[in-house]
Design a protein around this ligand. Structure first.
Ligand SMILES: [Zn+2]
Ligand SMILES: [Zn+2]
Length: 553
């Protein structure tokens, strides 16, 4: 069959290429589509009072393809968090491994009634969806039951790494399936899409299980209570903490609803197989000696309402930090969160705790492959084409350079951002037309577009000036005002004098307008914005948000 008769496959990333988080990739062929992952992201500016960011999937409405399946690689929020939203927009069967589906059920129940057809995914068993056949391949990562995907399409074989590292000693004994990747490589892989999160870091990320001796020695040396803070989805870490606690004679107390839920999901899925009685409720902890207790607290990113933040501000019911307690922050500080995390650490110190975190103590191991492991995956899979995914632009650029260095032809390594597309035809890949991609932002129950972020930022940084004027539409005369109100522009004392001067400049400018223009509300509003912008920019070097209001009488 000539190449043109074979259905091409379109590769459309709508999130995760240009940022860490928000992962969502669409594959299309012959009017059918599948989606890999549907993740969220947390805004860097927490101070703006906005919620999570979600990938804009309006592209799916424009593309007329039928969505046959949503395939999830693992249980992290940046891969499943947008699923309830996606299912409301584009319902389709959802495939995930046991642990992933356990977390998906929780996410779906938290976001109100969202109907979902959940189907099992397990390594070695292929799933058919339209013209695609999807085979999960076992990888190691910071959450158990994570998979990569080998996707057979009419235009060639695609391997999607998911999030991965190559852990030589996984906590659950379930290994990265080197052999399967090598066999896929022999079969002939057209395209590899691979996790770029740690593409800046040389070497090997190290084994998750290397933390166990560290936790053991810390727990043995302290006579007081032990607190460990990590992501609540980090079941490997929770398991290690619980094992060490059990071995050193401590009971484990999960703090906060989400952490307690994770422990329950971990036990339900067999990931936390510990002797009965290892986990106890916080009410039971009251009567136990400090050296018999280990607490699990979410909030390692300094999240304001988390268990750790409540410990820091002494607002946690029944549990308080006391002199000599040890608190371990077992996670990477996500850029943008440092200030809030440091504030939490300062408060914990004030309460007398000893606080340990990276890099002062080796209390965290990343779940993402570093350069040696990235190289190893490329060597195993030997793809003809390569696209770095899951990363900010610099991670993607470095990962692409690494792929070229490891022998993939430079013209076959594409650097894509969200909305850039590729078209694969009989094993050949070229760039396609870009499609619309972007972010939505949660604001309470509502979803807003990025202008909401821009407006909040402007309000937070520059303040706002409201200007009100009444004009006669008949004569063009100013009947009342202008009245000015300012918030967050200058501090209290200066406000009235600045507003008086701004007002007289504004009056002058409005007077200069001829009567015809003064009887047109839109023209007056423009002039008000221009005049006030100029005043505040010249007088105090600020650009407050100007809100003009013209009453036409
Ligand atoms: Zn992950
Ligand atoms: Zn991820």
């Amino acid at each position: 069959m000539p190449a043109s008769r074979i259905n091409p496959v379109k590769i459309v990333p709508l999130g995760g290429l240009g940022e860490i988080g928000l992962n969502l990739l669409v594959l299309e062929c012959a009017r059918h589509a599948i989606i890999i992952d549907a993740g969220v992201m947390f805004p860097e500016e927490r101070g703006l009072g906005l919620g999570r960011l979600l990938p804009d999937v309006s592209y799916l409405e424009h593309s007329k393809a039928q969505l046959d399946a949503i395939i999830l690689t693992h249980a992290h929020e940046d891969h499943i968090g947008a699923l309830p939203y996606l299912l409301r927009k584009s319902p389709a069967p959802v495939y995930g491994t046991d642990v992933t589906l356990a977390f998906v059920r929780r996410a779906l129940s938290e976001e109100g009634p969202v109907g979902a057809d959940l189907r099992p995914l397990s390594p070695g068993t292929e799933v058919l969806a339209g013209p695609f056949s999807i085979e999960p391949v076992r990888v190691t990562h910071s959450t158990p039951d994570s998979v990569a995907l080998a996707i057979r399409t009419p235009a060639g074989l695609i391997v999607h790494s998911g999030d991965f590292k190559i852990d030589p000693a996984p906590v659950d004994g379930v290994h990265f399936d080197t052999e399967r990747f090598a066999r896929l490589g022999e079969e002939g892989v057209a395209l590899l899409l691979s996790d770029s999160t740690n593409a800046e870091l040389e070497g090997h990320s190290g084994s998750e299980s290397s933390l166990k001796p560290v936790l053991t020695s810390l727990m043995r040396r302290t006579r007081r209570r032990f607190f460990l803070s990590s992501f609540s989805s980090h079941l490997h870490r929770i398991r290690q903490l619980a094992e060490v606690a059990h071995e050193t004679g401590r009971y484990v107390v999960p703090l906060g609803r989400r952490m307690a839920e994770s422990v329950r999901l971990g036990m339900e899925t067999g990931q936390l197989n510990l002797p009965p009685g290892t986990f106890i409720e916080r009410a039971e902890a009251e009567f136990l000696e400090p050296r018999r207790l280990a607490f699990l607290a979410s909030g390692s990113q300094g999240e304001p309402r988390s268990a750790l933040a409540k410990l820091a501000t002494d607002t946690q019911p029944l549990v308080r930090i006391e002199e000599g307690d040890v608190v371990v922050l077992s996670s990477r500080f996500i850029p943008g969160n440092e200030r809030t995390i440091h504030a939490v650490i300062n408060s914990l110190y004030k309460r007398g705790a000893e606080v340990l975190y990276e890099p002062m103590a080796p209390v965290h191991v990343s779940g993402h492959a570093r350069r040696e492991e990235l190289n190893e995956l490329i060597r195993l899979v030997r793809p003809r084409y390569f696209v770095p995914i899951h990363g900010e632009y610099r991670h993607l650029a470095l990962h692409r350079a690494l792929a070229i260095k490891s022998g993939i032809a430079e013209r076959n390594c594409f650097l894509l951002e969200d909305g850039d597309t590729l078209v694969m035809n009989a094993g050949e890949i070229r760039r396609g037309n870009s499609v619309s991609a972007g972010r939505l932002v949660e604001d309470g129950e509502e979803l807003g577009d990025p202008s909401l972020i821009r407006e909040r930022r402007a309000l937070a940084q520059e303040g706002t000036v409201i200007a009100i004027v009444a004009v006669s539409t008949r004569t063009g005369k100013i009947v009342a005002g202008p009245h000015l109100l300012a918030r967050g522009v200058v501090s209290g004392d200066g406000t009235s004098s600045h507003l008086t001067r701004a007002r007289s400049e504004l009056v002058e400018r409005l007077q200069v307008l001829d009567e015809y223009r003064r009887s047109d509300g839109a023209q007056i509003r423009d002039e008000m914005v221009r005049a006030l912008r100029r005043y505040f920019s010249n007088s105090i070097g600020k650009r407050p948000m100007i809100v003009p209001y013209v009453m036409e009488v």
